[in-house]
Design a protein around this ligand. Structure first.
Ligand SMILES: Nc1ncnc2c1ncn2[C@@H]1O[C@H](COP(=O)(O)OP(=O)(O)O)[C@@H](O)[C@H]1O
Ligand SMILES: [Mg+2]
Length: 585
């Protein structure tokens, strides 16, 4: 696939999972052509993976080139004069539009966004003369500083152009809440614009250029949307990743950044991160000098660094957020309230309980205001009713917050937090051991990743052993050097979505590539139906990847049914259930 827009995640291969969300939003984008899609707000705390999703949606939509034009704009958390903002917004849109229509991705480079004059020339060069009228309108309002007119024109531009051309545009606006908070009417940044978002009242209803906005300040954004743009947006909440996706992501980062993990530490990392792509990537990419993620001690120390040290990515990210949020409700009581709620992880507290237990000297009304502000800033959560409150359920955020404030307020020893991690890991280790027990073996809970490692690092060098423990390989087969060893996911732009656990592409054309499936089930043997399904996927991957020599391979921990075995033998699909595939050291 072509990655027209450079994604912030870095190497495009690092993007993992989000299958449910990608399928949903790709259909939503496709449905725009039938005018079925309603403007939607994608809500989640910062660092949940919203930008990663939006940028990938942009690239897929751009690449598909199938009747919907993608527009992506991120509103920055920097103060900006409305004139500069409008120009940046408009030029981003223009160049993305020109890039899409001309199929020239170099229009997306950042240095292209300087002047309207150049943009107009580019439009003319590409035969898109219909853009010149609106560019001239924008030039006019900018020259005479008619900022309201300017915002109207640039905001409506995608819709206006789509309408005049009979086209469809998806407008993805990332971190929408900053539209009202960060843009100023004057160049001295004294008069906040405040109401720019409200301008979308009518265009958010557009079916030819609907909006897909995101927001990290969930509470705040929702209250703004409810008051300024009532009923214009459907809300979708982005959760952390499911375990299988988080695990795949972890192993991918481990391989890509060359940070080894063991099966045990991998288990601990995904459990402690609770599926947060940000925590997982921050642990794997931590700048801690003595980082060693192959031992529990090393992992505990790394997490300590990330949570408690100012250089830790997790701590610095959260503190930046907490500081901005607290600047809106700043005082000692607010911090005490948050700390107090963290003590009751499993239950909600009522306003009265908070007032009494903390002996707060304020009225119930004052407390209500403060709590509301904390909810808006996503520092605490609303409970079942407007009278109940609880802490955010996030084990790592809790420790960052306490690491900074608990000492100040309750004279607490920060080292305790390290001890808490060690205790959680002890508990998780016991869980992990119980799981292993089920497999009657040391390893194998994440069998597919162990096998991917074997193929990458060991199978070629130990060809005799691995061929001996694998049945039905072709006579001239040898394990070899592979240029790529990973899972294979058919791209979501194809309507039929499937994946295989192993796709190892041989470096040399005369060697065999491997396309495989791994099952680490406890009891159920691999069945003939599964073998037939696999055979189909095998053929599809082979065709799609244009591979002449490839062998299908199934690893099933608890073996194969007689039918399946017969079928694989006949079709030449290699089979193994030998422990050495996952226990080799
Ligand atoms: N689908 C994903 N695959 C791999 N890494 C991801 C994914 N989503 C998020 N990440 C990681 O988490 C970090 C935060 O994600 P981001 O999209 O910036 O969150 P948000 O926009 O919600 O603040 C990214 O920099 C990246 O390292
Ligand atoms: Mg983002």
């Amino acid at each position: 696939m072509e990655y027209a827009l450079e994604e912030r995640i870095g190497n495009p291969d690092l993007f993992t999972g989000r299958n449910e969300e990608m399928t949903y939003f790709l259909k939503w984008i496709n449905d725009i052509k039938e005018r079925k899609s309603q403007s939607t707000a994608l809500l989640a705390r910062r660092k949940t993976g919203k930008t990663a999703i939006l940028e990938r949606l942009f690239n897929i939509t751009f690449f598909k080139n199938d009747g919907v034009i993608p527009f992506y704009y991120e509103i920055k958390e920097n103060e900006m004069w409305v004139g500069d903002f409008c120009q940046d917004f408009f030029l981003t849109f223009l160049y993305q539009y020109i890039a899409f229509k001309s199929r020239k991705t170099n229009y997306l480079d950042r240095d292209k966004r300087n002047s309207l004059k150049e943009a107009k020339q580019a439009a003319i060069n590409e035969g898109l003369d219909h853009l010149t009228g609106v560019i001239e309108n924008v030039e006019y309002s900018l020259r005479y500083k008619r900022v309201d007119m300017l915002w109207n024109t640039v905001r409506e531009a995608p819709k206006t152009i789509a309408k005049s051309q009979g086209e469809f545009i998806v407008q993805m606006i990332d971190e929408f809440q900053f539209l009202n908070a960060m843009i100023f009417r004057d160049k001295d940044m004294k008069i906040p614009a405040k109401d720019l978002a409200g301008g979308y009242l009518s265009s958010a209803e557009s079916k030819i250029a609907p909006l897909l906005i995101s927001g990290s300040w969930v509470g705040w954004l929702m209250s703004e949307l409810n008051s300024m743009l009532p009923n214009r947006f459907k809300y979708e909440y982005l959760e952390n990743m499911p375990q299988d996706e988080a695990l795949e992501m972890l192993y991918k980062y481990s391989r890509f950044f060359e940070v080894p993990v063991t099966e045990e530490t991998a288990y601990l990392i995904i459990k402690i991160s609770e599926g947060s792509p940000f925590y997982t990537s921050s642990i794997l990419r931590s700048r801690y000098k003595h980082k060693d993620l192959t031992s529990v001690k090393g992992l505990t120390d790394t997490l300590d660094f990330e949570t408690l040290d100012n250089r830790g990515n997790i701590k610095s990210t959260w503190m930046e957020y907490v500081n901005t949020a607290f600047s809106k409700v700043n005082d000692r009581n607010a911090k005490r309230i948050v700390l107090h709620l963290f003590k009751y992880k499993d239950r909600e507290l009522t306003r009265k309980e908070i007032l009494d237990q903390l002996k707060l000297e304020m009225t119930d009304e004052e407390l209500e205001k403060k709590l509301e502000a904390l909810v808006k800033g996503d520092i605490i959560n609303q409970g079942q009713t407007h009278f109940d409150f609880r802490c955010v359920r996030d084990n790592i955020f809790d420790k960052v917050f306490r690491g900074v404030y608990q000492k100040e307020i309750e004279h607490f020893d920060v080292k305790d937090i390290g001890r808490e991690y060690a205790k959680s890991f002890e508990k998780l280790k016991r869980q992990y051991r119980r799981l292993q027990g089920k497999y009657h073996s040391q390893k194998g809970y994440f069998a597919e990743y162990l096998i991917l490692d074997q193929l990458t690092y060991r199978a070629g060098k130990n060809n005799a052993l691995f061929t001996a423990v694998t049945r039905y390989l072709p006579g001239d087969f040898n394990f070899c050097e592979y240029s790529r060893v990973w899972r294979y996911d058919s791209s979501p732009e194809y309507s039929r979505n499937f994946s295989v656990d192993i796709f190892a592409r041989a470096v040399r054309a005369e060697d065999y590539s491997i396309i495989g499936e791994v099952k680490s089930r406890e009891v159920k043997k691999f069945s003939k139906e599964e073998a037939v399904t696999f055979e189909r996927k095998f053929a599809e991957v082979r065709k799609h990847e244009n591979i002449e020599r490839a062998v299908g391979f199934i690893y099933s921990r608890c073996g194969f049914t007689a039918d399946a075995e017969e079928y694989c033998k006949e079709k030449g699909i290699a089979c193994s259930d030998d422990e050495r595939w996952i226990n080799f050291c």
